[in-house]
Design a protein around this ligand. Structure first.
Ligand SMILES: Cc1cc2nc3c(=O)[nH]c(=O)nc-3n(C[C@H](O)[C@H](O)[C@H](O)COP(=O)(O)OP(=O)(O)OC[C@H]3O[C@@H](n4cnc5c(N)ncnc54)[C@H](O)[C@@H]3O)c2cc1C
Length: 411
């Protein structure tokens, strides 16, 4: 059994103060190579930074564009770059702060980049350099799992668009310079009834308030109201009517990001938990020597490796083709694996897990993996819809007989 470093306060898990990297640990998912050097410009980033502060630090260090192929947002996401950024954020920041970054990198910014014109370009530039944050406001006051029931309206009238309605539980809402708002420009649930509008936070008629959540305050989570916010048509992002197809396309990358981040988060918590178990005296040895605990821990290792394998095999289909079934598979896997692993680890910390800012708090925050950006039930429905195709893909071709060499055939 490998020897583990002695007990050290830096291995303690807290929600606001993340554990330090453990010496000689495997660096594949945690201390990402891109950010392993001291010169990343992130050294001054406090572990209890808010999402907006973390975003500003990553932006000022010129790191945010690494999430995209060749550093160009319109070229699509670079899986390794995105995974490195999320792992670096996870290592240095709280879950709410990493959520704040993940939503912007994976969905809000790529969606905004489907638009054109100076208004869009300026917001892209300011956000990608960390000078501003951008909120993605899809979830309405209606059930988030019933997106086409959303009520927020974008009335198109000649050269203007007027936004009226409200959005709830939006990350970055209390800090954003602008909201990318999914609104309906006509009644009904038809998929062509929705459009995206870029609404500046300081436009007359916009008001925000924090969501009633200590757990997610650092993500800037909040509610926003649009009271007849009148803007010129330059604020329409993409063509009117493309709102839902664009959302369906880009939410796939958020689902990939969730799987990549989920692996980094589980790895970090498992590592800290393993040290905790190895240091916790029990009988003549430690908790780590109890076979039931080792098997329980091994089940978590199995689950996180499954998630990593899925991300490896399906990630390219999502990044390059925005494949919705591959993305649903990743989301369903992350939405069940992360709560499972963190639930098991939290249990194994015993009473210490309930310390303020301890693993029980992280576990509660991580429950969002099964809800935000598509509840697990919704993505499982999508998998069930694709049952025949998935089963076909799993089928092996029937074995063919070896071609026989009949000597008479060559005569
Ligand atoms: C911290 C935080 C940050 C967020 N950030 C953003 C953001 O940046 N942008 C944004 O647009 N939204 C954001 N959200 C909202 C998030 O996307 C929604 O919470 C999510 O889509 C679920 O919607 P809901 O909360 O309204 O749940 P509801 O629609 O009320 O559903 C509640 C539960 O019912 C069950 N359920 C629902 N439908 C079905 C079904 N068809 N079959 C079986 N069971 C079902 C599920 O268990 C689900 O969790 C955020 C939420 C949180 C908590």
């Amino acid at each position: 059994m490998p020897e583990l470093p002695p007990s050290d306060a830096s291995y303690a898990i807290t929600a606001r103060t993340t554990p330090q990297a453990i010496p000689d640990s495997d660096t594949t998912a945690g201390a990402a190579p891109l950010f392993a050097t001291a010169s990343t410009g992130l050294d001054a980033l406090s572990t209890d930074a808010t999402g907006a502060e973390a975003w500003a630090a990553f932006g000022a260090a010129g790191l945010l564009t690494r999430a995209y192929r060749g550093g160009e947002i319109r070229e699509g996401v670079d899986i390794d770059g995105l995974a490195d950024l999320l792992a670096a954020a996870d290592t240095r920041c709280s879950i709410p702060a990493t959520l704040s970054a993940s939503v912007q990198l994976a969905t809000a910014l790529p969606l905004l980049a489907t638009g054109t014109g100076p208004t869009v370009e300026q917001t892209l530039r300011r956000t990608l350099t960390g000078q501003a944050t951008l909120a993605l406001a899809a979830t309405d006051t209606t059930a988030g799992t019933d997106l086409t029931a959303l009520r927020t309206e974008a009335a198109l009238d000649g050269g203007s668009v007027t936004v009226t309605g409200g959005k709830e539980w939006i990350a970055n809402a209390t800090t954003a310079e602008a909201f990318l708002v999914l609104a309906r420009h006509r009644p009904g649930r038809h998929f062509t009834s929705f459009s995206w509008v870029l609404v500046p936070a300081d436009a007359p008629g916009v008001s925000t308030r924090p969501a009633p959540s200590t757990l997610y305050a650092a993500s800037g989570a909040g509610h926003v109201t649009f009271d007849s916010v009148r803007l010129d048509r330059a604020h329409l992002v993409g063509r009117a009517g493309l709102g839902l197809p664009l959302f369906a396309r880009h939410i796939t990358v958020e689902r990939l990001a969730g799987a990549l981040w989920g692996v980094a988060l589980c790895r970090r918590i498992l590592e800290a938990t393993r040290h905790r178990l190895a240091d916790r005296a029990h009988g003549d040895a430690t908790l780590w020597q109890l076979s039931h605990i080792r098997q329980r821990f091994a089940s978590c290792l199995l689950r996180v490796q499954e998630l990593q394998a899925l991300a490896d095999s399906l990630g390219p289909e999502v990044a390059r083709c925005h494949d919705t079934r591959a993305a649903a598979t990743l989301k369903a896997a992350a939405g069940t694996t992360v709560p499972y692993v963190l639930g098991e680890c939290a249990h194994l910390w015993g009473a210490a897990g309930f310390a303020d800012g301890g693993i029980q708090e992280i576990r509660a925050q991580a429950a969002l993996f099964g809800i935000g950006g598509g509840a697990t039930e919704i993505v499982l429905e999508a998998l069930a819809d694709g049952a025949d195709q998935i089963l076909r893909k799993l089928a092996r071709p029937a074995p063919q007989p070896e071609p026989t060499t009949d000597p008479r055939a060559s005569v």
